[in-house]
Design a protein around this ligand. Sequence first.
Ligand code: PLP
Length: 445
Amino acid sequence: MSQDAHGAEINALRDEIMQKVAEYYRLAHARSDFRPGVDRVQYAGRVYDEQELCNLVDSALEFWLTAGPYARQFEKALGAFVGVREVIPVNSGSSANLVAMATLCAQQLRTGPLRPGDEVITPAVAFPTTVAPIVQNRLVPVFIDAEPGTYNLDPNQLEAALSPRTRALFFAHTLGNPADMDAVMAFARAHDLYVVEDMCDALGSAFGGKPVGTFGHLATISFYPAHHMTLGEGGAVVTNSRRLARLARSIRDWGRDCWCGYDSPPNGKCGRRLQTEIPGASAYDHRYVFTEIGYNLKITDMQAAIGAAQLEKLPGFIAARKRNFARLYDGLKLFEEFFELPAWHPKADPSWFAFPLTVREGAPFSREVCQRYLEDWNIETRLLFAGNILKQPAYMNIERRVIGDLPVADRVLRSTFFVGVYPGLDDARIDYIVEAFAGLVREHG
Ligand SMILES: Cc1ncc(COP(=O)(O)O)c(C=O)c1O
């Protein structure tokens, strides 16, 4: 068989497989209409069609496995979407946070690496793996409270948190709601601090028309299925700094000095592969020169293949999240007497992760009653992550400084929960959630 005929046969077989995969999707995965009370109203979940399945199978047929052609395509498209020059995909949002913090501690950071004992200001209302990398890098978290309603760091506490050892701010845009970036950036600039934005829940959010993730030195994204788009597991560090990106890649990739990609020529991009000197050896292979203490947190090409398809849907996903949030807000504002509804800064344009509610002090029911009632209606609820992280067993005894008594964080711990706004919720499901709240207030209010 000639090369051409062989190629044509492969292509024809591949097309046939793809048609079958699309057919399988329609038969096995496509959703049916909502049956109230019967179907679970999830707070989040995977939203996909045959394209994700076809990309995944395509990458399986290609069998590259490790980050390769799809990863390259994914990095470019994600960078264009967020508005950053550099994207470093990793295997989770937690890994992205770990890489971001470790990058600021990198030995080669020319603008002054963070050293053990240096302080990082962070809010106590947090996801655990926003705080964990501070501790894991032997830095000291300095906890400030959250603002009621936005659940973001309270900028009024920043000055009080400052000490001669303060080097960085690390915080999430809570549930997609942008923090007050005017206040944060002014404070950071005034005191020459690094800023890391955890935008794991905030892909597509903006503040003053500028996308979140483009304010700080580094930002992090999660692609776990609960998030705005998914790779199954996955995450990314993003930055506009080529220098920081190089360090982040090194830390992700075992700490090696070499930054050549999968498609580099055999002697590397620099063409000087066998010319590195290290003490005790000359001409050491650059691929085995380690200039940082690193990890291996890379993604696979199968994950990137799914991500490439999800990215095309992302603008639609974000629009659906905003629409669902607005519809829920309209429906739930009737019950403001019992619940604090979410609030956001006038300059914030949130791409919501979820719809948070805080049961008011003095309401005739507790958060537990609300959760049980909604779960009985088959509606998923979740808590605002760790609540006050310092009340979590693993974090009670960490070395830290704390500003004030954290009353808002304690209230979040006691009384806040959220329901979903993800694109898998249509009007029928959103209206069903509002109906359930009406039932709750009727029966317990
Ligand atoms: C604010 C925030 N940061 C980090 C993470 C961790 O992301 P992952 O689950 O991908 O590790 C999450 C997870 O939901 C999160 O909500």
